[in-house]
Design a binder for this molecule. Sequence first.
Ligand SMILES: [Zn+2]
Length: 298
Amino acid sequence: MRDGGHALLHVSEKPGSADLSSPPSLSPSCAAASTSILLRRHERTVVDIDRADLGSCTASTHVVSTSSTPGTMVQHLHQIPSGDQDLDCVLTANREWAAEVAAENPHFFHELAQGQHPKILWIGCSDSRVPPSQICNVDPGSLFVHRNIANVCPHSDLNLLSVVQYAVAELKVEHIIVAGHYGCGGVNAAMDPHQHNGAIDDWLMHVRDVYHAHRKRLEALPAGEVRAKLLVELNVVKSAFNLAYMSTVQSAWACGQKVAIHGWVYRLEDGILEDLGLMLDGPDKIDEEYRMFPDDCC
Ligand SMILES: [Zn+2]
């Protein structure tokens, strides 16, 4: 039994190059955001856009030198300070990181630019404290990522369906990890029907569905953290089974492609990922009524 005393093993899903030295020519249809991105492509640029001029899309630019004085670069941003309107600290930190990576492996970015070959599709919560590549300690290019509040996997989410299709059918990932995390604000909010947060309440209805499906089991536990932890785990399990029901995943299995869906949970307190012991790697792991293809279809 793990921390918290509620390991969730053997769970069934069922209830129970721009010349920047001169002002650019901008099309009338451009937007301020894309203008800024365009102008920042090759060097740090301050863009002054008079909001009154946005209709005609005129802009004036001031080029700021990209060279940094040795010793003045930010090594690592522990906090992004408020008031840095241009987020220069983030751009500086980015350059420091890129320089460090290139110094360690001069071919790294060139090789990565040739294409991606991740073995894992990561589906996790949008929470800023759970950055996938960082907590898995893997390089860019290792994880194909989809995140949303409370790592929900609804059958009708076109965004999610597209990500899963591309990851499984095109990238041929071998693993899909659904990663929840204890202390999830989305899960906590879903446990309180009296919260009114707008559209997020509609999204979190998926988690409330999980709560109601396992209500007896959840309410047998003391209210608060222990109950919330179990709901986090049950929500991961629900998402994992929903993924297993998707046509993309079942088509892959039917054609002999190896894809395993895993349920993991991350602990904010110590940075540890736990495997819930759930792995769905074939149609035999889901109920017959959900199977789309006969055993010998391919
Ligand atoms: Zn969360």
